[in-house]
Design a protein around this ligand. Structure first.
Ligand SMILES: O=P(O)(O)O[C@H]1O[C@H](CO)[C@@H](O)[C@H]1O
Ligand SMILES: O=c1cc[nH]c(=O)[nH]1
Length: 242
């Protein structure tokens, strides 16, 4: 499947936005390029492949298998570009990992939550396909996460207004309460684009959050080296099983 996606490359063969010309079939995506080396340090023989625009790419070995850790930038447009270009390079399975706020009171900060699907509360994916198209996780990859120590899955809301949908923004608590009433568990900025683009391009995608805070209760947990280790290990093991 290509959905009309065009492969845009520089004259040296590297992808127009990612700045790389090859990738492993399995990729872990992290919004912040500065966090990529922290996760890559958990691989054997980590090597930096490229650092271009907001896309930093490292590769290494996880329990005998090649694995890439790459930044996807913040928000749905950079994520959509990343998925398209990874598709052109032959990537097959993608898991995004990030720290996200929970919005249901029973969700404990410090726990992991996988996305079963995502509200398309952003503009990027509407440019690709009608809003009635679902943003859902790849079922085998989601199942692998749940078998690899992730206790639960729920709906994420991916949106373009991170600073407005907080408990301290004017009108923020009401916005959050509305989504909580509709069964949304957590907020993020990229999962809906990951799911929609992966679906239309025939790739496997999942999204995993470390719940660093809970907007409903005010509770928080540190996003530290131990938290990164748990998040990364669950994603790397799930990719290895699929
Ligand atoms: O783990 P970090 O970099 O905080 O990423 C999360 O935080 C961003 C917004 O602040 C979201 O887009 C989400 O994916
Ligand atoms: O919507 C979001 C996404 C990430 N972090 C936040 O605080 N809000």
């Amino acid at each position: 499947m290509s959905f009309g996606s065009q492969k845009l490359v520089h004259t040296d063969g590297t992808m127009h936005h990612l700045g790389i010309d090859a990738v492993t079939p399995r990729v872990i995506l992290v919004p912040d390029p500065q966090e990529v080396p922290l996760y890559a340090a958990l691989l054997e023989n980590p090597v930096q492949q490229s650092c271009y625009r907001e896309y930093a790419t490292w590769r290494g070995i996880w329990r005998g298998e090649p694995l890439t850790v790459m930044s996807c930038g913040f928000g749905c447009m950079p994520m959509a570009i990343a998925v398209e270009e990874l598709h052109h390079l032959g990537a097959e399975s993608l898991i995004k990992i990030a720290a996200c706020p929970a919005i249901q009171p029973e969700l404990e900060p410090g726990t992991l939550l996988a996305a079963s699907g995502a509200v398309r509360g952003e503009g990027a994916t509407r440019e690709y396909i009608d809003p009635s198209y679902p943003a859902v996780a790849d079922m085998p990859l989601l199942g692998a996460l749940l078998s690899c120590g992730v206790p639960d899955a729920g709906l994420f809301r991916s949106h373009d207004c991170t600073s407005l949908e907080t408990p301290w923004a004017p009108g923020g608590p009401a916005r959050i309460a509305r989504w909580a009433e509709l069964g949304v568990s957590a907020l993020d900025g990229e999962t809906s684009a990951l799911f929609v683009l992966a679906s239309i391009l025939g790739m496997h995608a999942a999204s995993l959050a470390y719940l660093a805070e809970n907007y409903a209760t005010g509770a928080a947990a540190p996003m530290d080296a131990q938290a990164r280790g748990r998040l990364f290990t669950a994603a790397a093991e799930a990719l290895r099983c699929c």
